[in-house]
Design a protein around this ligand. Structure first.
Ligand code: G6P
Length: 368
């Protein structure tokens, strides 16, 4: 068992540290030497891509959160409307799917029953099926027209970490491929983005060196009974994932919300000592986030800010700040989620929880 954990106390920590390698593999296996996307095994043609008028991304749990970031990427790069849906909802709402729909299923295991059923429903209605899957030859992979595999390697811990970040990598590649094929993004943006993705594994290694800082933050706040996560744009998607990680393994009541929506109700719960993680990684939304943080700070909240290196203005409003290496706004989720994974891990550890096998949860849910 200890050998399998590669010297770490838990699979979750091992898997957090395997992310740079998983991201490198996922990217490089889909890149040709000239930086074009390698289409081995992909049957979707340029004509297919041009024919789509809508994309549905459907998944459960963490994979659904990867879909939220995927939506932003595809809409921006391919200029096509994307809906992200929870598989158990999609199935029962007679969705607008036809032969001009691209259906993207995201699943680590490829065996989640709701996701598989949603895929079958979309297929029955004529959609083209593309999946993002970690387990080779799984049911979702077998029943799809095309598969972008995540090369995370086996994920053992129930709380998903490296599957999520490699799913994001696939979503960026799909968005780039679609955007480039449709001629929406120019060559310069495409090249810049690929270079950015290539730098992510090293940047992530650098970020992982801050593990002790995150551990100290977790120690300070591990007895809180309620935690909030806020962000705007892709940061709101990452907030949902950070919140899910925390509740999954530490059983703390946590809640994520788009920062601009706070004032419409949830701010009523913010009081002296409430812990709020504020993700402020988006340059074009930074000022807006600072004013959201100010509002909660004024009510006595303890704010842990997450921002890009150099954006030090956030320090005035925060009790602690975790800086991520600077990068394009679009790709910050690949980095910003990592301190949240580490925070959840250490909080669970300080609270004596069973980190790799939390109560009531299964790695893969193959029942309805
Ligand atoms: C379970 C797991 C989650 C996972 C979800 C979807 O609930 O506990 O970690 O995100 O299933 O799993 P999938 O294998 O489809 O990604």
């Amino acid at each position: 068992d200890a050998a399998e954990k590669g010297g770490y106390d838990h699979f979750m920590m091992k898997e957090i540290h395997e992310q740079p390698k998983g991201l490198y593999e996922t990217l490089m296996r889909r890149l040709n030497d000239d930086n074009t996307i390698k289409l081995d095994g992909i049957t979707m043609t340029k004509a297919d891509i041009e024919s789509f008028n809508k994309v549905y991304i459907v998944a459960c749990g963490t994979a659904y959160h990867a879909g939220l970031v995927g939506k932003a990427a595809i809409e921006k790069m391919a200029r096509i409307p994307v809906e992200v849906d929870i598989a158990s909802e999609f199935r029962y709402r007679d969705p607008f799917v036809d032969d001009k729909t691209l259906f993207i299923a995201i699943s680590q295991s490829g065996e989640t029953l709701d996701t598989l059923a949603a895929l079958r429903e979309a297929k029955r209605k004529g959609a083209r099926i593309l999946s993002v899957v970690n387990v080779v030859g799984s049911s979702v992979a077998r029943e799809s027209d095309d598969v972008f595999y995540t090369w995370a390697g086996p994920e053992i811990a129930v709380a998903s970490t490296k599957a999520y970040t490699t799913q994001l990598m696939c979503m960026y590649l799909i968005a780039l491929y679609m955007g480039h094929t449709k001629g929406v993004i120019d060559q310069d943006y495409y090249n810049r983005f690929i270079e950015e993705l290539k730098q992510i594994p090293d940047k992530l290694e650098e970020l992982l060196k801050k593990e002790k800082d995150v551990e100290a933050i977790a120690k300070k706040y591990c007895r809180k009974e309620q935690v909030f996560f806020i962000g705007r744009g892709v940061d709101s998607g990452v907030s949902y994932e950070g919140s899910l990680k925390l509740k999954e393994i530490s059983y703390i009541n946590s809640f994520a919300i788009a920062a601009g929506e706070l004032k419409h109700g949830t701010i009523a719960l913010i009081e002296e000592g409430t812990l709020v993680f504020a993700l402020a990684t988006q340059d074009f939304l930074f000022e807006k986030m600072l004013s959201n943080i100010q509002e909660i700070k004024a009510r006595g909240a303890n704010v842990v800010g997450i921002a890009k290196e150099g954006n030090r203005e956030i320090e005035k409003q925060s009790s602690e700040v975790i800086y991520i290496p600077s990068c394009m706004d679009e790709v910050t989720p690949l980095l910003s989620v990592v301190p949240l994974q580490l925070f959840a891990y250490y909080v669970a550890k300080f609270r004596g929880c069973n980190i790799d096998k939390p109560k009531n949860l299964a790695k893969s849910v193959t029942v309805e």
